[in-house]
Design a protein around this ligand. Structure first.
Ligand code: GAR
Length: 188
């Protein structure tokens, strides 16, 4: 599987992918990294790892870059904009969301906003969801979910740290499942 990684921020998920692909525990290869944010630390990391790396903000500009690479999966790794892929990749975009969908998801729920809402509601478990993306935020078939147990004293930062640890297992696991079963099996 030839993959494009899209990010908007620190690129911690890119770090995880890079490490796991290198040590043979995650399938696929990263062909290109794209950030919508100019100063994203993740873009600098992509350069450091030796991946072709670009900043592009609109769908059209992004899809132009994608066209130049042989990509069959797009991984949204902390990409905080709604992405419209070209038709040939319509079912091949995978997102990670830092809650257990369908809770705490949809427009406005991203990054720390999710963990603050989780904290405020006082739920006792949270987690992450890896799912195929469609034209609506946080919809599309679910591939993997992982729960984390929250403690009474956890603040939003504690929750974020626990969830990110789960993300580091869930995303590679999901990619390996898609590699083994094929994209189509999740949309059936
Ligand atoms: C991802 O790890 C994910 O939890 C969240 O953003 C993080 C990336 O942050 N994604 C979403 O909220 C998507 N709705 P980072 O760039 O600081 O690593």
């Amino acid at each position: 599987m030839k993959m494009a990684v899209f990010l908007s921020g620190t690129g911690r998920t890119l770090d995880n992918f890079h490490e796991r692909i290198q040590n043979g525990t995650m399938q696929g290869s990263i062909e290109v990294v794209i950030s919508n944010a100019k100063d994203a630390l993740g873009l600098q990391k992509a350069v450091k790892y030796g991946y072709p790396a670009f900043q592009a903000s609109g769908n059209e500009a992004i899809n132009k870059i994608i066209d130049d690479y042989e990509v069959d999966l797009v991984l949204l790794a902390g990409f905080l904009k709604l992405y419209e892929p070209p038709a040939r990749l319509a079912k091949n975009v995978i997102n990670i969301h830092p809650s257990l969908i369908p809770s705490f998801c949809g427009a406005g729920y991203y990054g720390m906003h999710v963990h603050r809402a989780v904290h405020k509601r006082g739920v006792k478990v949270s987690g992450c969801t890896v799912h195929f993306a469609n034209e609506v935020y946080d919809e599309g078939p679910i591939i993997v979910q992982k729960c984390v147990q929250l403690a009474d004293g956890d603040n939003p930062d504690d929750i974020a740290a626990k969830v990110f640890e789960a993300e580091c297992e869930a995303f590679p696991e999901a990619i390996n499942l898609v590699h083994d079963r094929g994209v189509a099996s999740f949309w059936a």
